[in-house]
Design a protein around this ligand. Structure first.
Ligand code: ADP
Ligand code: MG
Ligand code: MG
Ligand code: MG
Length: 766
């Protein structure tokens, strides 16, 4: 969440009058951004992470752990120059508000320099400082933990101090409004989503079926009569066999890890955005950390569909859903031609609009297949970049667009907005603004981008294409943030080590993508399928994911042989030179001039002619389903990350190791510097963490938490997470966070990584 605008947020019934005004001026601002920045180039590869924390009140006497909702003043203190701001600044940290009153978001104050190896290693130190400084601001019994979801959120007495779920903003049966950030933006956002939608959000997660699980959510109050919406679970909102959640906080109150990277220019950013799209479900699966919601074990491992449902402001008609009895098909929209829909008799045009039905401000009513928090619907296309891999068939979701926006961008400013970019923004602009401040209705479109950001930043998708801001003529824009791509699917991890590892993995992979320029395009509908697969329990080892056929990555596999974990050993250990003459494999990895030999190919079982193909002569169906070997094109995450067992294709980690070897360290045969050695060892362990999770050798946090719950002596095999189990889980997480208890650390990371975390080598990197 960026800085909060100060002002009075309008209630939906007031604010909706300005929807078209915000969209129109937002697009004017976007056009001005393109005028100012379209041609900027040679920006540095800068990047930054965002980590979200939950403040948890741990009471060892009563054995309870609760979300602390009255310590949010620390956020103000950490941003107050008379209080603790200097502490943040001196440590290169910035704390931001988040949806939950119990939440904090921490980022580096200045982005990291992605060309400098020290800065990758520094990330963890920065994360540790964020934890330290926020902990210092809090009473001793309250800890800022990086857990993705709080296990008993929405159960009785889950907050400290206690609060009742009777709030008018969310009208939730489970979540009190006191969990929502006090800034008026957040309760307004919560209420306006509900008001636009015309009913509450409703999220149903399958219960984890254990021996004594009753397949029903018995936590839903039957007889509350506080709000009209209290009836919704009995009118179809709650599904049998599922747990039911009814409020924005269940999703936006969970924590995630996001990475933003700056590209050298707009075309590079578009290629990076597209290349990362197929990686998003893979990283969701690899970071899975959310097996428990509202006091129940659920039959899935991640938070994504919960957040998606939690801010889904679509009306019944937009979702193509039958309304509950006596609820409005059009929700809180003002519609002019209600009568033609009387018999559910309506047609759609090619843009997904329901023919001849408009809201009062002239915007067509549309069928909208996805929530505004969801996976991306379109690639941006790399046709202006030197790769030029994109094909129109890859954008196969036919996501609805705002036709007016599309026409304005593509017809009036074709020099900036080709059909893909026009389509991208026209898709984002099908949404209504959710919060408008009365003081900010009229803006200077040459200098402000608030209206644009109002729509852009409430499209919470797996990736965000972030254009620069608007600046005065006299300012030197080359020092201002440029074209950036944000990677958003990952769940936050428990330790700084893991969060640094995942952050490094994404930033290094992005840099490697820009260096080696692989072709990762697959039809975007396949990514959609992968997102669903990534939700499944232990998807990391149980599922196969659609991915670009390795033969079509447009990389020469031979160029990557040797850039596996052994590269680190060879570069760091002089002794391995002895192997040079006997076994040429050991030469590779630091000789970029190496070319493949028959010997080597035979040794690795490789047919030397396989490498570097392009897919131009294949039909799309063939690319979709079958590769040259007649096998289906779904791969295990192990294959995608670690490369194939038969060494036919590299896997993502080899791309990263080669990048480190040829781009991030001095051009020398062996490491000659102690600091570099420590840094490389650390990067090696970051990659090892990802590699081992991909192989299923060590658990994801979701798996770890699920097993901890099932093995808890108080667990009754009924899928319920009681207060005492919740306490045990949180104290386990707390111990793990600080690496306090070696046994616990081993249970998550295994021996090899644990040895490192307890070694001097690790401590010496801080
Ligand atoms: P949002 O919540 O909108 O994604 P934040 O300000 O919370 O934005 O986080 C943005 C991230 O981008 C931070 O980690 C920050 O360090 C990083 N960042 C800031 N400037 C740049 C830049 N020029 N290039 C890349 N990353 C940047
Ligand atoms: Mg955030
Ligand atoms: Mg943020
Ligand atoms: Mg962000």
């Amino acid at each position: 969440m960026g800085l909060l605008s100060l002002g009075t947020p309008l209630d939906w019934h007031e604010s909706k009058k300005y929807n078209e005004h915000v969209r129109h001026n937002g697009i004017t601002q976007l056009i001005n951004i393109f005028k100012q920045h379209f041609n900027r180039s040679n920006d540095q590869f800068l990047w930054g992470d965002e980590v979200e924390y939950m403040m948890i009140d741990i009471d060892p006497i009563n054995k309870t752990a609760k979300l602390s909702i009255d310590k949010d003043y620390i956020l103000n203190d950490l941003n107050d120059s008379d209080k603790s701001l200097s502490k943040s600044i001196n440590n290169n940290i910035l704390f931001h508000p988040e949806y939950g009153r119990y939440m904090l978001e921490g980022t580096p104050l200045k982005p990291y320099n992605g060309n400098c190896i020290d800065e990758y290693v520094y990330v963890e130190k920065n994360m540790k400082l964020r934890r330290l400084i926020s902990t210092q601001e809090l009473p001793k019994h309250i800890k800022p933990l990086t857990i993705t979801t709080f296990p008993r959120m929405g159960c009785e007495f889950f907050t400290s101090p206690p609060a009742k779920p009777i709030g008018p903003a969310s009208q939730s049966l489970f979540l009190p409004d006191e969990i929502i950030n006090r800034h008026a933006r957040f309760p307004t956002l919560t209420a306006n989503i509900r008001k636009r939608k015309g009913h509450k959000v409703g999220i149903n997660l399958p219960l984890y079926p254990d021996k004594f699980t009753k397949l029903l959510d018995d936590s839903i109050p039957k007889d509350r009569q506080l709000f009209k919406s209290d009836k919704e679970p009995w009118l179809g909102a709650s599904k049998p066999g599922h747990i039911y959640m009814d409020s924005m906080g269940f999703g936006m109150g969970s924590s995630c890890l996001q990475i933003t990277m700056q590209c050298s220019d707009i075309n590079e950013a578009r290629y990076l955005y597209d290349s990362l799209a197929p990686i998003t479900p893979i990283m969701l699966s690899l970071s899975a950390a959310a097996p428990i919601f509202k006091g129940f074990l659920v039959n899935q491992d991640v938070r994504w569909n919960v957040v998606s449902g939690a801010v889904d402001d679509r009306t019944f008609i937009e979702k193509s859903q039958e309304p509950y009895p006596n609820f409005k098909l059009f929700g809180g929209l003002d519609v002019n031609k209600n009568e033609i829909l009387k018999n559910n008799n309506y047609d759609l045009n090619e843009f997904g609009d329901i023919k001849n039905v408009y809201s009062n401000d002239g915007k067509p009513i549309q069928r909208i297949p996805k929530s505004r928090y969801d996976s991306i619907d379109n690639y941006l296309s790399d046709f202006k970049y030197d790769t030029n891999y994109f094909k129109d068939e890859y954008n196969d979701l036919n996501a609805p667009i705002n036709k007016k926006v599309y026409d304005r961008l593509s017809k009036e400013f074709p020099q900036y907005f080709d059909k893909y970019l026009s389509n991208h923004f026209a898709h984002l602009f099908i949404r209504d603004p959710l919060v408008i401040y009365s003081e900010r209705i009229n803006q200077d479109n040459e200098l402000s981008n608030d209206h644009f950001e109002n729509i852009q930043s409430t499209n919470w998708q797996t990736l965000r294409f972030k254009p620069p801001g608007l600046y005065r003529q006299e300012e030197n824009i080359s020092f201002k943030p440029g074209w950036r791509v944000e990677f958003r699917p990952m769940e936050v991890q428990l330790t700084d080590f893991e969060n640094a590892a995942y952050s490094n993995f994404i930033s290094l992979l992005s840099k490697a993508i820009l260096k080696f320029k692989p072709n990762f395009y697959i039809p975007i509908s396949k990514i959609e399928i992968n997102m669903k697969l990534a939700h499944n329990v232990n998807s990391i080892i149980n599922e196969k994911f659609w991915f670009k056929s390795f033969e079509d990555w447009n990389l020469d596999n031979d160029e990557f042989i040797g850039y596996d974990f052994s590269w680190f050993d060879r570069f760091l250990n002089l002794g391995n030179d002895l192997l040079n003459n006997d076994n040429e494999v050991y030469l590779k990895g630091y000789s970029s001039s190496y070319s493949s030999t028959t010997n080597l190919s035979q040794m690795n079982g490789i047919n030397g002619s396989i490498s570097k193909k392009n897919c131009s002569n294949k039909t799309i169906e063939k690319i979709n389903d079958i590769d040259d070997y007649g096998m289906d094109q779904r791969y295990t995450i192990d294959d995608i990350i670690n490369g194939s067992k038969d060494n036919k294709f590299p896997g993502l980690i080899k791309l990263i190791i080669k990048l480190i070897a040829i781009d991030l360290i001095p051009n020398q045969k062996h490491c000659q510097d102690e600091k570099l050695e420590l840094n490389l060892i650390k990067l090696r362990y970051y990659l090892l963490l990802i590699s081992k999770r991909a192989k299923g050798e060590i658990p994801t946090i979701a798996n770890w938490l699920r097993l901890k719950t099932i093995n808890n002596p108080n667990y009754k095999h009924d899928s319920k997470v009681s207060e005492i189990i919740n306490y045990d889980l949180i104290t386990d997480c707390d111990k793990l966070t600080d690496l306090k208890d070696r046994k616990s650390v081993e249970s998550l990371f295994g021996n090899v990584i644990t040895d490192y975390l307890y070694s001097e080598q690790y401590f010496n990197t801080f």
